[in-house]
Design a protein around this ligand. Sequence first.
Ligand code: IVH
Length: 690
Amino acid sequence: MSDAAMADAAARARQLRREIEAHDRAYYELDAPDIPDAEYDALFRELQALEAAYPGLAVPDSPTRRVGGRALAQFVPVTHAVPMLSIQTETDTTAAGAAQFDARVRRELELPESAAAVEYVAELKFDGLAVSLRYEHGLLRQGATRGDGVTGEDVTHNIRTIRDIPLRLRDETPPVLEVRGEVYMRRDDLARYNEKARVRGEKPLLNPRNGAAGSIRQLDPAIAASRPLRFFAYGIGAAEGWPPLATHAELLERLAALGFPVCEHRLAARGWRALAEFHARMGAQRAALPFDIDGVVYKVNARALQDRLGFRAREPRWAVAHKYPAEEARTRVVAIEVQVGRTGALTPVAKLHPVFVGGVTVTNATLHNEDEARRKDVRAGDTVIVRRAGDVIPEVVAIVPEERPMTAAPQAPGGCAPLHPPFALPATCPQCGSRVVREEGGAIARCSGGLVCPAQIRGAILHFAGRRALDIEGLGEKLVDQLTVAGYVNTTADLYALTAPMLASLERMGGKSAGNLLAALEKSKVTTLPRFIFALGIRNVGESTARELARHFGTLEALENADAAALEHVPDVGPVVAESVRDFFAEAHNRAVIARLIAAGVHWEESEGQAAAPEGPLAGKSFVLTGVLPTLKRDAAKTLIENAGGKVSGGLSRKTDYVVAGEEAGGKLDKARELGVPILDETQLLQLLR
Ligand code: IVH
């Protein structure tokens, strides 16, 4: 081989490495991939080919060293030069947890009450796997798990596959530097990975933490390489030839400068109140973070104070983990029920043995739809892991296959069979027996019964009577059940045909109650056009769309006769909503009900005044509410948001700023996740309002 050819190859290899490293940085540090995957792969393969052809070119920090390592026969133990400590846990999840830590620190330091507030750094507590990365003269030499803190396992082959871990320190070559931090997986990366795994018929990963920990503790690096692992640095172990730094905050800055990802959500501040605020603020953002955290970590900032505080057992006295309520728990599925919604949508719901998770007791978890239920293969009797995803709606994450109830005696040569068959939606509606239909290509199955289905009639009437619709006071679930069972009410128009003797025949509807209901019905006849349109319960038409439709068309007749093109001129109305409106008014039955309502005296004044421009902390922010909140009624939540200048709308889109979700929220929650709209629970909403 000629020297010139060799020199050319060396130059090209250097250039390729520089390019690949720059693309890696764009992808992992800046979160902004700057070339298509295929082009990246081409650069990578070219470098691999060059290094294979000229073995002299291979350097230990080449990006190619991240992949293609050989599988190990067994793990090799590593004794940590400086033990990897564990961390004290503060389980009081309120602000008091921060106050207690601060009080402890001040006591240990024997600070008088008059002494200045202690300075701390607050960080996130990442939910992954702790590792120690040993760099010698600037090059990554070894990656190890924490193990028992003294001895871990050598997982260098897997660590090398993590592209946001530098193979070489930026601009520095200390003889020894051990960088410590957390290997983790982002939720969106996990979802994408699982989607691909599903297509390939492979087993999906249970959750980000198991995904991270499971990938690192594999003998074959090809497995780790195939998984979307990431890293955050939060400390150091042994260091030689590296200047000691005065504070933890400086240490984090230095680690970032060396090329390590350091999480931007951190804070240096004095006193426990700032810590408690960080805890609350990150708690509010927890659901919207791209990765899981199970708490925050507080560390005394000054190294000198850390040294004075020292350790107790394996835990430093200068740090604490301030937790959030657990998000996952195990429980048993008592049964799978199928609920029929107001629009006829069928939702499988797992009835659970009550379990405390994410700060509340959960007895139901949604399985979303038939495909989901079957993909997770949830059956009655199964032990399942439930999760309040981002602390919101409980859902079944996965089953625990080993715990599945089986037949006592072997059924076949294969052994015992599961006691229950796979889940399937019924072919007919559990409420009315009508055929269940599934829209083409859609995941949602619906009862075709429309207004013969008691669940839909009941839902339609409750919706019509709701506070934001015609606001019929006293017409709640129980009474609606009685009225429909008695056959008195089959459509909303029947409400206005109710008489005192009819009501008197119902249980608990003696004298005064009957009179009150009739008075409330009378009162409800005076309404507004937006409320009336909303009350009709047209699919996909929420309160704010109803308001826009009323404003745009001015009269009910104009709306009834509008074609798709005219409808799509209304803000917020696209082809889907337009079709729903057209379908609704195309139904003779619906027009008949409207005519009867108007004949009964339901009417509205023309046009409501325009609202003033919003002011307040949430000015200009749009919210979508879904599900049942633990303490706030929908209307109360809505009023609070509107009083703070925010806007509550029914239609979720990319432009929505926040989704506030409670128990039993359904498709909107999925859609919010899909669109990347931040999801809040009630506590987080209240925090935002403060
Ligand atoms: S510091 C001072 N900081 O928590 C004790 N640990 O450490 C050394 N963890 O499994 C650890 N996020 O992986 C520290 N910002 C953070 C952390 C963190 C998560 C984990 C760590 C270990 C456990 C106890």
